[in-house]
Ligand binder design. Structure first.
Ligand SMILES: [Mg+2]
Length: 112
């Protein structure tokens, strides 16, 4: 099963849309960013990790952060899928990339 932004946004809008605002979700995102920093500190040896599986921990914390990023988009009615494509297109031009995300997706779709 693959997750897509549109479905994830709809799902999180159902969860948060009635009561949450972007600011409260942003505070949760900041908490999650701290948890990502803690795992990265453990991976770099700056903090004791015990017997934790740090790759699994990092994946879980990244998933938490993505959850709140998408939730913020959902409660603000932002079409994140469209915005990511447009933003990547601008960045690709600005930084002179050979291919942008839209082109990459089309290339992948045509190769199947
Ligand atoms: Mg977390």
């Amino acid at each position: 099963m693959k997750v897509n932004f549109d479905t994830y946004e709809e799902y999180l809008f159902e969860r948060y849309g009635e009561w949450a605002d972007g600011q409260s979700l942003f505070m949760k995102l900041v908490e999650e960013m701290g948890e990502i920093a803690e795992v990265l500190n453990c991976k770099a040896g700056r903090k004791s990790a015990g017997d934790k599986d740090l790759d699994a921990e990092l994946g879980a914390e990244l998933a938490d952060a993505i959850h709140y990023i998408i939730a913020i988009a959902a409660v603000n009615n932002i079409d994140l899928n469209k915005t990511i494509i447009e933003k990547d297109k601008l960045g690709s031009v600005k930084y002179g990339h050979k291919i942008n995300l839209e082109g990459f997706i089309k290339k992948k779709e045509n190769s199947v």
